[in-house]
Design a protein around this ligand. Structure first.
Ligand SMILES: [Zn+2]
Length: 367
């Protein structure tokens, strides 16, 4: 088991060390930086036109943008530079974002919030650093470290889900400057939202309808997984506890769903054996993406966890949606009129062809 050690940064933010199994007991180094007080939270506005909440985070404009390695806030601290992690070395860490879109306040949102009114942007944004090494990627992590990060995701999911007013916990990774990454150091984020996000709501409602139509006997994602496995044309990998496929109606030029075989709500609900397999299968999928072209593929790894809403939760199944806008070696898909304005995706690739390419690189480059 990986070990968790809690600490507090100079401005009061929480920092948690997740050390690989077998590591020596950690005694955290105190954060002696003279940090400014945490910024006031942004605000939330309710859009009556769509029913969506909009977070306004104007204070984030001053956040760190692609710093050089010697000023990286995610590298361990050194005698010449005090980073966000006071220790001279670490395995994986999670800490509260210094420039959060949501939080640090926690509150139930009013329902509804009138036009012209705002409330503080409640919730919590955490940063997950996967390694102390500045150059690298999740795909290149050793098995034991990937396993530790999965344990960190499970720990944070359980803890954030229990905070007042939180309705959805979303771990994700943006990889690649092409899709807006502001730090090169391998890391992900966790957003704990005080509302259900539009896309999570859309999926959760479809899942609930299917669940009800089958008398509570079947999860929609379970049914789709069965169909994909039976058909086979879009399968990428099949394990004992997880399988991955390019979904029949993929939206993105590269899109893979990694789905557990069992009905499970989130990281916190996974068994040890499931986490063990995930720690091998997930980095393997990422290596496949990187092996498709001569240069690393930018991606968004979005972990869909069941909403905390007790009506929606039983029908929703935990899974990963791994997507990339890359449609050729030197071409990215941009969300333009149809996608950005209408939410109507036009995909330049066929799911079957993408799956065949991924199976091919899995056989050769990405083992
Ligand atoms: Zn770094």
């Amino acid at each position: 088991m990986s070990a968790v050690t809690r600490s507090i940064l100079a401005d009061g933010r929480e920092l948690l060390y997740f050390d690989d199994a077998g590591a020596a007991q950690r005694i955290p180094v105190p954060d002696t930086r003279d940090l400014a007080a945490r910024p006031e939270p942004g605000e939330l506005r309710y859009d009556e036109l769509t029913g969506d909440w909009i977070a306004v985070a104007a204070h984030r404009q001053s956040r760190t943008h692609l710093p050089p390695a010697e000023a990286c806030p995610l590298c361990p601290s050194s005698p010449s530079f005090a980073s966000e992690i006071p220790d001279p070395d670490y395995d994986a860490v999670v800490f509260e974002n210094r420039f959060p879109s949501l939080g640090p306040v926690l509150a139930q949102l009013p329902d509804p919030l009138a036009w012209g009114e705002t409330v503080p942007a409640a919730g919590r944004c955490e940063v997950v650093s996967f390694t102390s090494e500045h150059a690298g990627s999740f795909a290149a992590l050793p098995y034991q470290r990937a396993r530790t990060v999965i344990e960190a995701w499970a720990h944070r999911t359980a803890e954030l889900s229990a905070l007042p007013g939180i309705r959805q916990v979303f771990p994700f990774e943006n990889r690649g400057a092409q899709i807006g990454v502001t730090l090169h150091h391998p890391h992900g984020q966790i957003y704990a939202y005080p509302y259900l996000t539009p896309r999570a709501a859309q999926l959760a409602e479809a899942a609930r309808r299917h669940f009800d139509a089958t008398g509570g006997a079947q999860a929609l994602l379970g049914a789709l997984l069965e169909r994909e496995r039976a058909d086979g044309a879009r399968m990428v990998l099949e394990g004992e506890h997880f399988s991955a496929y390019v979904p029949f109606a993929a939206r993105w030029p590269i899109e893979v769903h990694l789905v557990p075989h069992r009905q499970v709500a989130d990281f916190a609900g996974l068994t040890g054996q499931e986490k063990d397999e995930l720690a091998e299968a997930y980095p393997r999928l990422l290596r496949c993406l990187d092996a498709l072209y001569d240069t690393p593929t930018p991606y968004i790894a979005a972990w869909f966890q069941a909403p905390l809403d007790p009506v929606l939760r039983p029908a929703a199944r935990f899974h990963l949606q791994l997507t990339s806008p890359r449609r050729a070696a030197d071409k990215l898909k941009y969300l333009a009129g149809s996608e950005a304005a209408m939410g109507a995706f036009i995909n330049d690739t066929r799911a079957e062809d993408v799956a065949a390419s991924l199976r091919e690189v899995m056989r050769t480059a990405a083992r």
